[in-house]
Design a protein around this ligand. Structure first.
Ligand SMILES: Cc1ncc(C[n+]2csc(CCOP(=O)(O)OP(=O)(O)O)c2C)c(N)n1
Ligand SMILES: [Mg+2]
Length: 403
C-alpha cells in the first residue's frame, strides 16, 4: 500500500471526497423533490477515483468526463453552488441552467464537460490535446470515461490518433463494473480494459479506484508520461456506484450483497480511518471535514433556490439551426426561412412552430411551444410537407397554445 502524503494533502483529499459525497446525496434528495430536473446520474462510491485524479492535475490541464460528473467539476474547483444551480436549471448554474446534471461545464477551471453521448467525450479529448500541442501549451488532457464507453467506435478511433500523433493525453476508465444494467463480462469481449487499447500502441495498468492514494499515484505517472514523453496510456480504476445508473433504475441486475460488499471498501470511510490510525489526522479534523461539507452543500441549495430561472425570452438563445432542409429548431430571429433553407420543402409543422416561437418571443407571459418536445416528436418520422388545415399533433398543439 502506498504511503500517505503529508497531513495537509490528506485533509484536502478527505475534504474533497466528503464534499462530493454530501453534494450528491443532496442532489439526489433535491431530485426527489423535483427541484432538479432532467436526468441525474450520481457517482456516490466513486469519489476516490474522481478526487484522486483531479488532485494531481495542474491548473492548466483539461479534464473531460461523462454525464456522471458533478464530483469531477467540484474536484476541479467549480463552486458547488454553481453546480447545484445548474441542476436546478437556474441562471447562476455553470451552463446558465440550460444543461442540467449531464452538462456541467466550467471553462475557467478547465473542466470541459459533461457529455450525454457515451464515448462522445473521447474524440473531443483528443481534440483538446491536439489544441494544446498546436498552441505549444504544456497542458495534458485527462479523459475519464466508463467501462461501457470502451465499446464505442470512438474509443478505437481516439486511441489510434492519440498514439499516432503522440498527443499529451491520459485516459482513465472508471470501471464501475456496469454499463447501465449490463456487467463488463456481458458487454466487453476483453474484460481487462487496461489492455483494450494495446493494439493501438497504448499500454495500460489496473488500480484500486477505491483507494485515493493509489489513484493519485497511478494518475500522476500517467500524466507525467503524457506531458514529458507524449505517451498516452490507459489506467483502469476499479470503482463502484452505490446508487442506480440514474435516479430511475430498479437495479434488477445486481444483488444487494454486492453493493454492501463494496460499501465495506468505502473510499471516504476507509481513508479517514487510515489517516486517523496513522496519526496524520485527528478525529476532530475528520468531523470538521464532514461539518464543512454539510454547511457548504446547504449553502449551495440556498444559493440555487435563490437564483432566478432564465428569462423566458432568452429561450431561443444559443440554439443552433442547421441550414439543411427538414427539421430545424425554433428560433427567435424570424419566422422566415434562414439562409440555405428551402421554404417550399420545409415541413409545415416546423414552419408553424418557428412562426409561433417567433411570435411569442418577447412576450414572457404567453404559452410557448416546447422545441425539445416537438423536436423529439418529429425525430425519425421524416415529416412530410403538410397542406393547409393540417391536423398533425404538433400543429394542433401550436394552435392550442396560441389560443
Ligand atoms: C452513444 C450512446 N449509446 C447509448 C447511450 C445510453 N447510455 C447512457 S449511459 C449508458 C451506459 C454507459 O456505461 P459506462 O460507460 O460504463 O458509464 P457509467 O454509466 O457506468 O458511468 C448507456 C448505454 C448513450 N447515452 N449514448
Ligand atoms: Mg460503467
Amino acid at each position: 500500500m502506498a504511503d500517505l502524503p503529508d497531513a495537509a494533502t490528506c485533509y484536502e483529499l478527505l475534504a474533497r471526497m466528503a464534499l462530493t459525497r454530501r453534494f450528491e446525496e443532496e442532489a439526489g434528495r433535491q431530485y426527489q423533490r423535483a427541484k432538479a430536473g432532467g436526468f441525474l446520474h450520481l457517482g456516490i462510491g466513486e469519489e476516490a477515483t474522481i478526487v484522486g485524479t483531479a488532485s494531481v492535475m495542474r491548473d492548466e490541464d483539461y479534464l473531460i468526463g461523462t454525464y456522471r460528473t458533478h464530483g469531477h467539476a467540484i474536484a476541479r474547483g467549480t463552486e458547488p453552488k454553481r453546480v447545484m444551480a445548474e441542476l436546478f436549471g437556474r441562471v447562476d448554474g455553470t451552463s446558465g441552467g440550460r444543461g442540467g446534471s449531464m452538462h456541467i461545464f466550467d471553462r475557467e477551471n478547465r473542466f470541459m464537460g459533461g457529455y450525454g453521448v457515451v464515448g462522445g467525450n473521447l474524440p473531443i479529448a483528443a481534440g483538446l490535446a491536439l489544441s494544446s500541442e498546436y498552441k505549444g501549451e504544456d497542458a495534458v488532457t485527462v479523459c475519464m470515461f466508463g467501462d461501457g464507453a470502451s465499446n464505442t467506435g470512438n474509443f478505437g478511433e481516439t486511441m489510434n490518433l492519440a498514439a499516432l500523433w503522440q498527443l499529451p493525453i491520459f485516459f482513465l476508465v472508471e470501471n464501475n463494473l456496469y454499463g447501465m444494467g449490463t456487467s463488463v463480462e456481458r458487454h466487453s469481449a476483453q474484460t481487462d480494459l487496461s489492455k483494450k487499447a494495446e493494439g493501438y500502441g497504448i499500454s495500460g495498468e489496473r488500480i484500486d479506484g477505491m483507494d485515493v492514494i493509489a489513484v493519485r499515484e497511478g494518475v500522476a505517472e500517467g500524466i507525467r508520461q503524457a506531458r514529458e514523453e507524449r505517451r498516452p496510456t490507459v489506467l483502469e480504476a476499479f470503482t463502484y456506484r452505490y446508487r442506480g445508473h440514474s435516479a430511475a433504475d430498479p437495479e434488477v441486475y445486481r444483488e444487494r450483497e454486492e453493493v454492501e460488499e463494496w460499501q465495506q471498501k468505502d473510499p471516504i470511510e476507509v481513508f479517514a480511518r487510515r489517516c486517523v490510525e496513522a496519526g496524520v489526522l485527528g478525529e476532530r479534523e475528520v468531523q470538521e471535514v464532514r461539518d464543512k461539507a454539510d454547511t457548504q452543500v446547504k449553502a449551495a441549495v440556498e444559493f440555487a433556490d435563490a437564483s432566478p430561472e432564465p428569462a423566458l425570452d432568452s429561450l431561443y438563445e444559443n440554439l443552433y439551426v442547421t441550414d439543411s432542409e427538414g427539421w430545424y429548431a425554433v428560433d427567435e430571429r424570424s419566422p422566415e426561412p434562414h439562409r440555405g433553407e428551402d421554404e417550399g420543402r420545409m415541413p409545415a409543422a416546423a414552419r408553424e412552430l418557428a412562426e409561433a416561437g417567433a411570435a411569442y418571443a418577447g412576450q414572457p407571459d404567453g404559452p410557448r411551444p416546447n422545441p425539445a418536445e416537438h423536436g423529439d416528436a418529429q425525430e425519425g418520422s421524416a415529416p412530410e410537407v403538410a397542406e393547409e388545415g393540417d391536423d398533425s399533433p404538433v400543429t394542433q398543439e401550436v394552435e392550442e397554445a396560441s389560443e
